[in-house]
Design a protein around this ligand. Structure first.
Ligand code: TPP
Ligand code: MG
Length: 314
């Protein structure tokens, strides 16, 4: 039987570990499907996946409502999927199809949906100013709406993101900054590039700050629940540093994880899905997997080669 934990005082009244797990499973399956399309030579250019960061994404996005906005970085496919965008539209976009999410014009780093108030950019740090714009519009037009911004710890060395932290505090914007701290910026360990501590920086700007284990979906969900409720109530912007791990290289085909990273580092931090699955007590694994399964399939033209059928079991 599904366990519902009631958190007193939170507007979103329940935590459902099962649905968090189901969503993480779906996000991972979408990423795996993208990986196989890329490996088949069907996606041109680089492709950055968000495998290993699922718990951070679902822990935050689960709290968003209609009218809330999302500003994203170059690993945008998991949050777009979690926000309810049809994965088939994303697949088609990555394949450059005219009926893709952005009419085949976005590539994989500049995906957006006006209907969902979400936008991503490959310019590192730009989730900050995008989110500040979304949040300012929300403050003026949509009372009690919030904006969440996702970015990596490497982005915190970009001036525009630091300026956004400052502006958000000065204008008391309804904005949650979520730093996915996977400790790497391409091939550089971020601690070798970053002065001081990330949290001290955010605290220095006057943000409400939390440090969370970003491999633990429930812990992230609870931290985001409290922070988002505070922000909706007009308490000003917040900042969550979620410690996580990326399981693939910086981009698909990147040899760095093999060459540079200690396999035990990856193995130790690899398990957001496994951890969540073990925490859902009372339901058999087979049942859980079956209940998280939904199927998408579509057919679309694949260049001159005829029809490509995309299907993914999620
Ligand atoms: C303004 C800018 N500078 C540099 C780059 C090249 N670049 C792409 S991703 C990346 C590292 C980003 O690291 P982080 O923010 O930690 O995100 P992660 O890739 O670890 O998820 C860099 C430097 C860029 N895209 N934009
Ligand atoms: Mg990083």
């Amino acid at each position: 039987m599904l366990r519902l934990l009631v958190l007193p005082g939170l507007r979103r009244s329940h935590l459902s570990p099962f649905s968090l797990y189901g969503m993480m499973f779906k996000l991972r399956r979408v990423e795996e499907r993208i990986k196989s399309l890329w490996e088949g030579g069907l996606i041109s250019g680089e492709m950055h996946l968000g495998t290993g960061e699922e718990a951070v994404i679902v822990g935050v996005v689960d709290h968003l409502r209609d009218g809330d906005a999302l500003a994203l970085d170059h690993r945008s496919t998991p949050p777009l999927t979690a926000r309810g965008i049809d994965p088939v539209l994303i697949f088609k976009e990555l394949l450059g199809k005219a009926d893709g999410l952005c009419a085949g014009q976005g590539g994989h780093m500049h995906l957006m949906s006006a209907d969902h108030l979400v936008a991503s950019s490959g310019i590192v740090g730009s989730a900050g100013p995008m989110a500040a714009g979304f949040a300012l519009a929300g403050q003026l037009l949509r009372p009690r709406s919030i904006t969440a911004a996702f970015f990596g710890e490497g982005a915190l060395n970009q001036g525009m993101l630091l300026e956004s932290l400052n502006l958000a505090v000065v204008w008391k914007l309804p904005l949650l900054f979520v730093c996915k701290d996977n400790r790497w910026a391409i091939t550089s360990p971020s601690q070798e590039l970053t002065g001081g501590s990330i949290l001290d920086r955010a605290l220095g700007f006057g943000l409400s700050c939390r440090d969370v284990d970003g491999l633990d979906a429930e812990a992230t969900w609870r931290a985001a629940a409290e922070e988002i409720q505070r922000i909706r109530n007009g308490g000003g912007p917040g900042f969550i540093r979620a410690r996580c791990s990326r399981l693939d290289g910086h981009f698909l085909g990147d040899p760095a994880p093999v060459l540079l990273r200690n396999p035990s580092e990856i193995a130790k931090r690899a398990g957001p899905l496994m951890r969540a699955s073990l925490s859902v007590r009372g339901t058999g694994m087979r049942q859980r997997l079956n209940r998280s399964t939904a199927s998408v399939s579509t057919s679309c033209p694949s260049g001159s080669a005829g029809t490509l059928t995309i299907s993914a079991s999620m």
